[in-house]
Design a protein. Structure first.
Length: 118
């Protein structure tokens, strides 16, 4: 899920992992959408012995997730897309057209952790 911090040219990605049956959030990381940020989320899943990890078709996932547990399906990420819409509805600073926005990356990260686990 993308948002911005400070101004619209400063795009930030909110990466999180979702357990599809219970809807529980396992891990959340706020930062750029690169291997460093994605590694933090995927390492948590790999170390927790996840049966299957379903992602979108970003090439960076091929290097981070073992092939036997990685899958990319057309409709495999519906749960997380629904959660993204709920997030945009509940947290006003994530809306696309609003005067509310985060001024710092630290504040956005704290708000996401409070929302998911608070």
């Amino acid at each position: 899920m993308f948002t911005y911090v400070g101004h619209k040219k400063n795009r930030i990605c909110i990466c999180y992992s979702l357990e599809p049956k219970s809807g529980a959030i396992i891990d959340v990381v706020v930062g750029r959408r690169n291997k460093t940020t994605l590694r933090k989320v995927t390492e948590t899943l790999v170390l927790s012995d996840a049966q299957r990890i379903t992602t979108d078709k970003l090439n960076s996932y091929k290097d981070l997730i073992p092939t036997e547990m990685h899958s990319t399906k057309l409709r495999g990420i519906n749960h997380i897309e629904r959660k993204n819409l709920t997030l945009r509805t509940h947290v006003k600073r994530l809306n696309r057209r609003t005067i509310c926005y985060s001024k710092s990356l630290l504040a956005l990260s704290a708000i996401m952790r409070i929302y998911f686990w608070g």
